[in-house]
Design a protein around this ligand. Structure first.
Ligand code: TYD
Ligand code: MG
Length: 458
């Protein structure tokens, strides 16, 4: 019988979905022209014979009751960073730090490397993007030249692993995973197979050699770590470094952490001398928002798995047109129409003859129904020319009957609000009762009651 040719496989460079044949569009993420042939990492397919026939070695089994010492951790001394790591850097852990290009990942990790080196960890910083001289210059500018960090500029994974094996550091920083190149994989650096292979090698190395490895990963415009999501599954901790280029504040957020809570954030400020931790983030956040003003409301939202606080801005003005304008940026316009209808029909507040503008500040796009109550509050606040207290966040879904439904992940929203310095939250009553220290929960059962309580009408 003729032997069938080796199986080729294809995968999407944006989301990592794999296919048995090529197509123009990835069904996983919908992107065009992202599917390419996997080279060097082809699977052999399912084994023909049961593996049981070829005996493996028997695994030693343990029970759950065995007492285990907690993994050793090292504190960097930068509170915002240590908290996001779940209370310091865990020995032999693999960490992925994602973020937009130019957001400050290299700056953050160079500073972290210096902090950990000063705290006594033997630290190596490998840059695949910049020459050692460039990294050194940055370190000097940041005042870190005295820190005992060893530098290398290299992209060949085999050489890097050999070096790490010989040097036996306790912390290695790899900047970035997309520039790494494993010579046993036959495709270009940055491709799915290369990124996957490099991340796998590095993670395995971290576990077997007791080295903590931090990998930098670039993020695509859709906000995912470029290349496969599988990298996120491999590592112990995934951190995202976020912020807008035009603003000076940056948020380091744990989206996955096997050694601590996954919803912690650390807030930093990009200054001329590198990143400085922000000990009172609410001050920074509110300074951008300005004075409490009519039409402005802070919504405590969840984006994917991440809590995000955003400002909803509304403007309501008498319309010169026979058909008033309804303009929305960052939210669903049919959802706005629904809320206007509920306010009109159930609460007796007409918007006829009024132009309504709704804007989600900062270019954010919100798709959650939980933003309903924040939108209603912004509309009412603009219409009645009454500002809501600046220290209050709002969330909750509005049903057509004007009843309010509890939003999912209430606790995460409240924690985020509390973390960013808010002291009160207006949220639907009912659902699981949660309490977050330092935050007063003001329950509202329906929209009519909410209107009566905060706007004295309804
Ligand atoms: P960088 O860490 O190189 O970003 P990334 O590694 O995520 O691509 O940071 C780039 C930006 O940070 C750059 O545009 C300039 C700014 N920056 C400062 O504002 N202050 C500083 O002290 C440093 C080092 C960088
Ligand atoms: Mg960089």
């Amino acid at each position: 019988m003729a032997k069938s040719p080796a199986k080729t496989s294809f995968s999407c460079s944006a989301c990592g979905a794999s296919y048995s044949k090529w197509s123009g569009r990835c069904e996983g993420c919908g992107d065009w022209n992202t599917i390419s042939e996997d080279k060097g990492l082809t699977s052999a397919g399912p084994a023909k014979k049961s593996l049981g026939a070829m005996r493996g070695k028997r695994l030693p089994l343990t029970d759950l009751a065995t007492q285990e010492a907690p993994p050793p951790r090292t504190l960097s001394g930068v509170g915002e960073l240590d908290r996001v790591l779940g209370g310091g850097l865990v020995e032999a852990s693999a960490i992925l730090v994602g973020g937009d290009p130019g957001i400050g990942k290299s700056t953050l990790l160079l500073q972290a490397a210096a902090q950990f080196a000063n705290a006594g960890l033997k630290t190596i910083y490998v840059s695949g993007e910049e020459a050692s001289a460039q990294v050194r210059m940055r370190a000097q500018r940041l005042g870190l030249a005295d820190a005992p960090v060893k530098l290398a500029a290299e992209t060949n994974l085999r050489d890097i692993l050999t070096t790490l094996e010989a040097e036996k550091p306790q912390l290695a920083i790899i900047d970035s995973i997309q520039t790494m190149w494993a010579d046993n994989v036959d495709s270009a650096p940055g491709s799915v197979s290369q990124v996957r292979a490099a991340a796998h090698e590095l993670t395995t190395f971290a576990k077997t050699n007791g080295v903590s490895i931090v990998m930098v990963g670039h993020v695509t415009k859709e906000g995912q770590i470029a290349g496969p999501r599988v990298v996120e599954h491999m590592v112990d901790t995934v951190l995202y470094f976020e912020g807008e280029r035009g603003h000076q504040f940056r948020i380091l957020r744990a989206v996955k952490n096997r050694f601590g809570p996954a919803d912690e954030i650390g807030v930093f400020e990009m200054t001329g001398a590198g990143l400085a931790q922000v000990l009172n983030p609410s001050a920074l956040f509110l300074s951008e928002r300005g004075q409490p003003s009519p039409g402005s409301v802070v919504f405590a939202g969840i984006e994917g798995t991440r809590p995000v606080l955003v400002e909803m801005q509304a403007l309501v003005a008498p319309s010169p047109h026979s058909q008033p304008r309804r303009a929305v940026v960052g939210w669903d316009s049919s959802r706005l129409a629904m809320i206007l209808a509920v306010l009109e029909a159930r609460c007796g507040i007409p918007f006829a003859g009024l132009d309504v503008y709704l804007n989600v500040a900062g270019g954010m796009k919100i798709s959650e129904p939980a933003a309903d109550l924040a939108v209603a509050a912004a509309l009412l606040s603009a219409r009645e020319d009454t500002a809501l207290p600046a220290d209050t966040v709002i969330f909750g879904e509005i049903s057509l009957s004007s009843a309010l439904r509890p939003a999912p992940q209430t606790e995460n929203r409240l924690k985020e609000a509390q973390k960013l310095g808010f002291t009160a939250a207006i949220a639907p009553s009912g659902g699981k009762s949660v309490s977050v220290p330092g935050l007063t929960l003001r329950p509202a059962s329906d929209l009519t009651g909410f209107v009566g309580e905060y706007f004295g009408a309804g």
